[in-house]
Design a protein around this ligand. Structure first.
Ligand code: SF4
Length: 332
């Protein structure tokens, strides 16, 4: 339930926009008209301490940029899709580096325009490609508000030559289980050791619930992968991640384990995360260890190359031990 809803007036020209507007208005939630979803003056001027309060806001707008971008990791193309931002507060969140205090959940109601961009790209490329729809938000979370993930899965189900993919840290997948996906959707369940989820991935689903969600989706016919992301090298990281892999190997469905694919993503951390965490999330576990990290682009840090390479070897061995039939799609 959002604390306030900020909306662009134009959303009322769209069916989904009208539905969401009416829903929250009828619940007596404060509705604040705004000019542009990405440029809200009172939020920009507010102190960083307000980050937690703003995370409870929901912003409704129209997505203007619909250009797909090529990708070489989880997909062939990134689709600018129906949401950006998120109501959870993972302390390393990449969205904070882009949107700072404005990394609350924004929903874009012009979804037909987005799927039409995908259809144009399919025509252009003429062969099966993978389309990432969750690169700027968590679609499973968004789906609890809009039903957009189920809608997208069914739209992709009607298309030839297209696989839709998304990663999630949430477990609310029941509404997706009987969707008509036609084998055209894959989900990557994003996991971390239980300790990291509890201390760092604030507001996301528990590890055991994520594992259940992966099993449910697999048994509903979806292709399912595991995304270990972000890998955070705390002092006892080897043991924490070994326990994680062991727990996954015990709890994931046997048939799923046989066709599982992994993605391994090391943490990137930004000055923006540091600023927001020290102002608004005082006392949270500090995941930034400057002694192990080096600059990566403007205001961001990644683990030193030799540390990353050692850790990658450790993960490859762990995966080979617990999941002999699984593949690793990429490590970054
Ligand atoms: S769930 Fe994903 S998008 Fe949401 S705060 Fe965590 S890292 Fe950011």
């Amino acid at each position: 339930m959002p604390a306030k809803v900020l909306y662009e007036e134009k959303i009322l020209e769209y069916e989904l926009g009208k539905t969401l507007y009416e829903r929250y208005k009828n619940m007596n939630i404060e509705m604040i008209p705004i000019e542009k979803h990405h440029d809200v003056e009172f939020i920009k001027k507010a102190p960083d301490e307000k980050f937690v309060e703003f995370k409870k806001y929901l912003v409704l707008g129209i997505r203007k940029s619909l250009q797909l971008t090529p990708n070489k990791l989880s997909a062939d193309f990134i689709v600018p899709f129906t949401s950006s931002g998120c109501s959870a507060m993972c302390t390393y969140c990449y969205l904070v580096c882009n949107f700072f205090k404005g990394s609350y959940l924004r929903i874009f109601v012009n979804r037909e325009a987005m799927i039409n961009s995908v259809k144009r790209k399919i025509k252009q490329v003429g062969e099966r490609k993978i389309y990432e729809i969750g690169s700027t938000s968590d679609m499973v979370l968004e789906n609890t508000i809009t039903g957009n993930l189920r809608w997208a899965i069914e739209e992709f189900g009607k298309l030839d030559n297209a696989t839709c993919t998304f990663a999630t840290k949430f477990a609310m997948v029941d509404y997706l289980l009987d969707a008509d996906h036609n084998g055209n959707t894959q989900m990557r369940i994003s996991v971390n050791p239980d300790y990291i989820i509890r201390k760092v991935e604030i507001g996301t689903s528990k590890l055991e619930d994520r594992i259940d969600a992966a099993n449910k989706m697999f048994n509903a016919g979806y292709r399912v992968g595991v995304n270990i992301a972000p890998i955070i090298l705390l002092d006892n990281w080897q043991e924490m991640y070994r326990e994680l892999l062991e727990s996954l190997s015990k709890k994931l469905d046997d048939k799923l384990k046989d066709q599982l694919f992994f993605e391994l993503i090391f943490m990137t951390y930004g000055y923006a995360n540091d600023t927001i965490n020290s102002a608004a999330l005082k006392g949270v576990l500090n995941v930034f260890d400057r002694s192990k990290m080096c600059p990566k682009g403007r205001g961001k840090f990644c683990y030193d190359l030799d540390i990353r390479e050692d850790a990658a070897r450790y993960f490859k061995d762990l995966i080979a031990h617990y999941f002999p039939n699984a593949t690793i799609s990429y490590i970054v």
